[in-house]
Write a new protein. Structure first.
Length: 153
């Protein structure tokens, strides 16, 4: 079983969207037994009193607009010990990659990747600053589809 962790800054927009979209792709392809999928944050800004915030409402609305059905998600913080427990860490942008490298103290086993490197390269659009959840969704869907194809060849 391949254990994948999607990662973004706060784990309220892009990384939970990627987690939900990738889980859907895996399920549609009847490969649920081949993957364990989660998401996390590199920042604790969305964690209060030891509890993480839920998915940001516009991100949740964008997913529902496209027919995704999912349970509630709360922010999880990426920890150094996660490096030994997962096979692949997929960041949404270059800043996420830098933050993961800082948290892990490097990437000796080559487990850290950027989502759109599986497709056309570049960073997933950050809707936190643009309010363009449609663009983030499009980037994430494209990246997840390309990543699934790559991982299942």
């Amino acid at each position: 079983m391949l254990k994948i962790m999607f990662v973004c800054h706060g784990n309220i927009c892009r990384s939970p969207m990627a987690e939900i979209i990738f889980k859907d792709i895996v399920k549609r392809n009847h490969r649920e037994n081949d993957f364990y999928i989660a998401s996390s944050a590199t920042s604790n800004e969305e964690i209060y009193r030891d509890r993480g915030n839920p998915i940001y409402p516009p991100a949740k609305a964008e997913l529902k607009k496209h027919g995704y059905v999912f349970s509630e998600h709360y922010v999880t913080l990426l920890k150094k010990t996660d490096y030994e427990n997962y096979d692949l860490f997929v960041g949404m942008d270059s800043a996420n990659i830098r933050n993961m490298m800082r948290i892990f103290g490097g990437d000796p086993n080559g487990k850290v990747r950027k989502l759109l490197d599986y497709d056309t390269g570049g960073d997933v659009s950050d809707p936190w600053y643009t309010d363009r959840f449609d663009l983030a969704y499009s980037d994430i869907l494209r990246g997840c589809e390309a990543m699934f194809e790559f991982l299942t060849k």
